[in-house]
Ligand binder design. Structure first.
Ligand code: MG
Length: 280
């Protein structure tokens, strides 16, 4: 992950190949967008200048043809899949870990079939494991290679998501996630960043995304209060600068609440984000 190194002024590191020009591809979780069914939601998203769709992983195997049919009639592309598996990968209970791996594989298969960029996962929420940092990391490094190999064969990725300390004590920084994935050392071992959690944990949005580098394949968009970007004073330009430095090509997806009417507020937020991107 050396993309962006040249811009950081760090010395002693090989210069990265010139990264591609970054793009802002805005996506939204399915539930954020009003509409009676997926085709109606996709039509609204298209009209609002949104590029991608994120769906939940629970039961995804039963939705492959529905989702593919809807996407076929739309300019909207598939982005990431949000969790939906059983248990926790970093559980202290072996049976729970096994159940987690098996249920992840079912989702990964479906994720590949709808062209998704990856399955978002958190190793363990607070209360889901009794393992300490050393034991937990060992478990992750034991389980990730098999899952990453499975994901790659299915045509998708594993996306490790850092959260703030109130939700998980284990992986809180994009750099933490990147360090674990670097140890896994598999092309499908990847990371994401969430502007809501990043506001609480990171010292620099730009630094966080540079730490993710070419392993960064998804971003969640939310404000300080976890509403639509633009609904409070959260600034996105520093993070967007980081995305530009690493030549980011994947989606930035709404995972947030909304103050007011989503029919009015979502398109407003999209315009706000395009403005922030321009300024960055
Ligand atoms: Mg998130």
């Amino acid at each position: 992950a050396q993309a962006g190194v040249e811009d950081t002024g760090l010395v002693g590191l090989p210069k990265a190949a010139k990264p591609k020009k970054a793009v802002l591809r805005i996506a939204s979780q399915e539930g954020r967008v009003p509409g009676k069914d997926l085709p109606e939601k996709l039509a609204k998203m298209e009209a609002w200048d949104i590029d991608g769709l994120e769906v939940g992983g629970r039961g995804l195997q039963n939705r492959v043809s529905e989702i593919n049919a809807a996407l076929k009639n739309s300019k909207i592309k598939m982005s990431a899949i949000c969790a939906g598996f059983d248990g926790a990968l970093m559980s202290d209970d072996e049976a729970t870990r096994k159940k987690c791996v098996e249920s992840m594989k079912v989702i990964l298969e479906a994720a590949g079939a709808i062209g998704s960029t990856g399955l978002i996962f958190v190793p363990a929420f607070n209360g889901q494991t009794k393992l300490n940092h050393i034991e937990g990391r060992k478990i992750l490094l034991d389980l990730m290679p098999e899952l990453c190999e499975f994901a790659q064969k299915a045509g998708t990725r594993m996306l490790l998501e850092p959260l703030n300390r109130k939700e998980t004590w284990y992986v809180r920084l994009v750099a933490d996630a990147a360090s674990i994935c670097r140890d896994v050392n598999h092309p499908a071992a990847c990371v994401m960043g969430d502007f809501y959690h990043m506001y609480i944990e990171e010292t620099s949005d730009m630094g966080a995304f540079i730490s993710g580098g070419d392993m960064l394949h998804h971003v969640h968009l939310a404000s300080i209060k976890r509403n639509l970007p633009g609904q409070d004073e959260r600034d996105y330009t520093n993070g967007f600068k980081g995305l530009k430095m690493i030549g980011y090509q994947d989606f930035c997806s709404f995972e947030c609440g909304c103050v007011g009417d989503p029919e009015v507020e979502i398109p407003k937020s999209v315009k706000f984000l395009r403005g922030q991107w321009k300024k960055a």
